[in-house]
Design a protein around this ligand. Structure first.
Ligand SMILES: Cc1cc2nc3c(=O)[nH]c(=O)nc-3n(C[C@H](O)[C@H](O)[C@H](O)COP(=O)(O)O)c2cc1C
Length: 85
């Protein structure tokens, strides 16, 4: 089980779940932001949210109704992504 130390599957599961949540929120017309910096106050936030000792706070996701729709100039996908085989 050594691989779990170098590539913790729990963290990867959280990342997959948050990514999916962000896509669903977007589909619902909501704005959402993945936040990890608040984890600097992990203990304090866990106390406020009453996170049970068997669980650990990994990140926060702020969700709301956006009051603006910023337009971004994004490069085409084929300019930023390449599949290698
Ligand atoms: C794992 C992860 C953690 C992040 N943590 C923060 C954070 O703590 N604070 C922050 O301002 N943005 C954070 N971001 C970036 C925002 O979630 C978001 O991607 C960024 O604001 C760009 O959003 P936009 O593409 O909608 O403009 C994080 C992104 C990722 C992937």
């Amino acid at each position: 089980m050594g691989f779990r130390k170098s590539a913790p599957s729990a963290i990867q599961s959280v990342a997959a779940a948050v990514t999916t949540m962000l896509l669903v929120f977007h589909q619902m017309g909501l704005g959402a932001v993945w936040l990890v910096s608040p984890i600097q106050a992990k203990k304090e936030i866990e106390t406020i949210l009453k996170v049970p000792p068997t669980m650990a706070l990994v990140c926060l996701v702020a969700v709301g109704y956006p009051d603006e729709s910023p337009q971004k100039d994004r490069r085409p996908l084929d300019q930023v992504l390449e599949f290698v085989s």
